[in-house]
Write a protein that binds this ligand. Structure first.
Ligand code: NOJ
Length: 539
């Protein structure tokens, strides 16, 4: 049976809300957000109109990478609560018909994970081959230990430095794509694959509705471990240090897709589960991932909009290409923000631009993801004092976009009664949930209206995406069409008024200024104010 004729699973109509648990709400006054805090805010989340939450990692961790360095895959870090608290969260979320997705971090564990402790205890330990261990090069360049096995470099070092750390005890190097405290697992070892499959099952049995897979394309390395060539286009001081080399062998290996199929098959042992993966690969490569899932219940993040200039043509090019490449029932995920990227309102240059982005995100096909705080237009805390920063990736410091949620104007913004782990952005006095709940034109009201419309219009939920040719450089437009219902979305990416003609007769539904001014002057003649987005019904 064609998938469109089947009963649709929940994720086909989902909008997910990403929570960075450390920063959402502190319920036990230790300055760190926790599961209890998320439970407290479930009514707010439900009221926002999203379908569920994705939690960045909440597993036990020494927090060298804020939880992306996991010391136990099947427990909860006490700073966030307990397994019982987590079960309670699932129960409370499901009671409200909210879904819960967890972060799955398969590429690396913490260096304190028992698997790694075993692996490094001796060369003949049964878990030795669970990680990537290599002899030094046979040269004395690096003192007694010899130099690292090849020239691979880490993502997170500011210099950049070798992706290999020497182990005195066993006289070999281990590999880590990120910090030395995050050794990479050896995904060519079937025992690792099975153990991680069981990790997924552990949480699926507890009722989680799906996962977001961390750095999917790092999992497999080329087996020859050859040196990688220098990147001739690398601009020191401008580009990310990791771009110094062309990563032919350390990531983006084609056989990653086979692993994907394995993860999908584990999910399919259960009903109605959804998988999303973090994939920084080309558009054609991203599209290949859909085919790894028999039920097409796997959707890769598409990050390409994040790296485009904020221009109508650039956005249109990415979206048109992606929409043309995928099949009708595939679920695109156009990412505009998360815990690793400068916040939308900052990156795109202001609140009006962030409103435009909200309309774009919530009217495109697929599954939109909303990063906590974007619904109130939170901005990066750019002046966050250096001595208060926590992210160990100094050069690409991500603390400014991870500051505590701004709930109200109280000291610490209603996040906590005590000083938060990371300072709250001083803008909280102006930008906070309480204030925006009372203002029908606020960013929060805009999000709620857009989400309400999305839920109520079949064209936005299931409609085809039809590109619209517009003769004006700065305007991007498209139609979402389902049966007789056609919704036209027009987005002005410029700081100037744009007027243009289109062969449609329309009726305005809403605009990003949240006023009743019509976005067209008369039939077929359209008019958009600076950074205005408008949603119109074609009549
Ligand atoms: C991607 C995550 O989003 C990021 O926050 C983390 O630091 C790296 N993966 C390493 O796990």
């Amino acid at each position: 049976m064609h998938i469109m004729e089947q009963q649709k699973d929940w994720y086909h109509h989902a909008v997910m809300y990403q929570i960075y648990p450390r920063s959402y709400r502190d319920s036990n006054e230790d300055g760190v957000g926790d599961i209890g805090g998320i439970i407290e805010k479930l009514d707010y989340i439900k009221n926002l109109g999203v379908s569920g939450i994705w939690l960045s990692p909440i597993y036990p961790s020494p927090m060298y990478d804020n939880g992306y360095d996991i010391a136990d895959y099947t427990d909860i870090d006490p700073i966030y609560g307990s397994l019982a608290d987590f079960d309670h969260l699932i129960e409370e979320a499901h009671k409200r018909n909210l879904r819960v997705m967890l972060d799955f971090v398969p590429n690396h564990t913490s260096f304190l994970h028992p698997w790694f402790l075993e692996s490094k205890s001796s060369r003949d330990n049964p878990k030795r081959d669970w990680y990537i261990w290599k002899d030094p090069k046979p040269d004395p360049a690096n003192g007694a230990s010899g130099s690292p096995p090849n020239n691979w470099i880490t993502v997170f070092d500011n210099t950049p430095s070798a992706a290999w750390t020497w182990d005195e005890t066993t006289q070999q190097y281990y590999m880590h794509s990120f910090f030395p405290q995050q050794p990479d697992l050896n995904w060519r070892n079937p025992e690792v694959i099975h153990a991680m499959g069981d990790v997924l099952r552990f949480w699926l049995q507890r009722g989680v509705d799906g996962f977001r897979i961390d750095v999917l394309y790092y999992l497999l390395k080329d087996e020859k471990f050859l040196d990688e060539p220098e990147n001739p286009k690398y601009r020191p001081g401008i580009d990310h240090p990791n771009e110094k080399l062309v990563h032919l062998y350390s990531k983006d290996q084609p056989d990653t897709l086979k692993l994907m199929s394995y993860f999908n098959a584990v999910l399919d042992e259960f009903e109605n589960k959804f998988m999303v993966s973090e994939t920084y690969v080309s558009i054609p490569e991203t599209i290949k991932i859909y085919a790894t899932s028999v039920r097409r219940s796997h959707a890769p993040f598409n990050f390409h909009l994040i790296f485009q200039p904020f221009e109508a043509k650039a956005f249109k090019t990415v979206i048109d290409e992606f929409q043309t490449g995928i099949q009708e029932h595939d679920l695109p995920i156009y990412v505009l923000g998360n815990h690793d990227q400068s916040r939308i309102a900052t990156r795109l240059g202001g609140q009006q631009q962030a409103r435009l982005a909200a309309m774009l995100k919530l009217t495109l096909p697929g599954v939109p993801f909303v990063y906590y705080g974007d619904e109130i237009g939170m901005e990066d805390y750019k002046d966050l004092p250096v001595e208060k920063r926590k992210d160990l990736f100094v050069e690409g410091n991500r603390d400014p976009e991870r500051t505590p949620m701004q709930w109200n104007a109280d000291t610490f913004g209603g996040f906590s009664d005590v000083e938060p782990w990371l300072p709250i952005n001083p803008q909280y006095k102006n930008i906070h949930v309480n204030k925006q709940e009372k203002d029908e034109k606020s960013m929060l009201s805009l999000y709620k209206s857009l989400l309400r419309l999305r839920r109520s219009l079949s064209s936005l939920l299931d409609g085809r995406y039809l590109p619209v040719a517009i003769d004006v450089e700065h305007v991007f437009g498209y139609i979402r069409a389902y049966g007789n219902e056609e919704i036209l979305v027009l987005l002005n990416f410029s700081n100037e008024i744009q007027t243009f003609q289109l062969p449609y007769e329309t009726k305005l539904i809403m605009n990003t200024y949240m006023d009743t001014k019509s976005s067209y002057i008369k039939k077929y003649s359209f008019f958009l104010r600076p950074y205005e987005g408008a949603l119109l019904r074609v009549v």
